[in-house]
Design a binder for this molecule. Sequence first.
Ligand code: SF4
Ligand SMILES: [Zn+2]
Length: 325
Amino acid sequence: MLQSTPYPETASTRTKWIRALREPSSRPGAQSTPDTLVEQEMGPKGCLLETATIFLINRECPWTCVMCDLWKHTSLKPMSPGHAPAQLSSALRQLETASKQRLKQIKIYNSGSFFDTKAIHTADYMRIADSLSGYERVIVENHPKLSGKHISLFKELLDPQLEIAMGLEVADDPLLDKLNKRFSLEDYMTACEFLNAQRIAHRAFIMVQPPFTGQAEALSLCQRSVRFAFEQEASCVSLIPSRATTGAMHALKNQGNFVQPTIHTLESCFSHALQMNLGRVFVDLWDLEMFSECKVCFEPRRARLQQMNQFQKILPEIQCHMCHR
Ligand code: SF4
Ligand SMILES: [Zn+2]
C-alpha cells in the first residue's frame, strides 16, 4: 500500500515513509564483532597502500537518506562510552594477526558519522587515537553538517594524517533534497572550507545514477559531481553504483523513480572521471555482480575495474563475443 504512495515532498514525511518501508532485518547486537577487510588503494603520493577497513557496530545514523541501508548494520541499543575503543582494539588485533603486510592506511567506518558524539563519545577520542598510532593515514566518515570542533579535537590527538569521507552523492541541490540528505551544496562547501583551513584531507562518495535520474544523464551528472568534489579540493572521490537494497528503494524502483545502473554505465562513468585527470578516482566494487548483464564478460570487467582502481589508468575496454558490448 505504502509502496505505491507517491514519494513525499518534505523531509519529515519522507523520513517516515522511508522508515515505514524498512523490511524486517536482524540487527547486530552491541557486542557483535566488527567486520574488517584489507585491500590495496592508490595513496595520495601515487603508491599502493595496504589499507584496512573496520566496520564498527554503532548506533543508527540520525539522518535517513532514501538509498541508505547502513542501518541494517547498526545496533538498536545506544552505545556507551568505551564501546568504540574496545571494538576497535579487538578489530586491530584481528587485522594484525591476519595481515602479513604492514598496514599503512586504515578506514574506520561506523555506519554513520564518526563525529556524531552519540555514536563515538568524545571521551573515547584519546583511546581511539592512541590505538591508531603507527598508521600513516586514518579515514573516517562524517556528515558535512557535523564538521566542526570535534574534528579539530580528534585531529590534535591523532598521530596519523586524518581524512574525512563525506557522502556528497550528487552535485545537485534538488536531487540532494529528494535523497533526503538534509544538506545543500553550500553546506558541503562550508564543510570543505573548514577542513581545508585545518589541513584535513577529505574524500567524496558520489552515487552513479541516483534515484530520480535516468541512464541518459548518469554520465554528465557523475562528471559534474566529480568536478564539484575536486573544486572543493577533495583528495579523491569514490563512485558508488546506486542499488535497491531497502524497501524504500524497491518502492522507488516500482514507481519508475529508480533504475539501477548497468556495469556499462559504471565503466563509462569511471573512465570519464579518470580522464578528467583531476585526482584519484575509485569505483566501489562491492556486490558488483548485481549490475552485470552477462555472465561471460562479468569477471574480465570486474578485473579491469579493479586494476583501474589500483593503477588509476584507463585500460582497454572489454569486448564480449556473447553480449556484443
Ligand atoms: S548520512 Fe550517510 S549513514 Fe546517514 S543515513 Fe545518510 S547515507 Fe546513511
Ligand atoms: Zn558479455
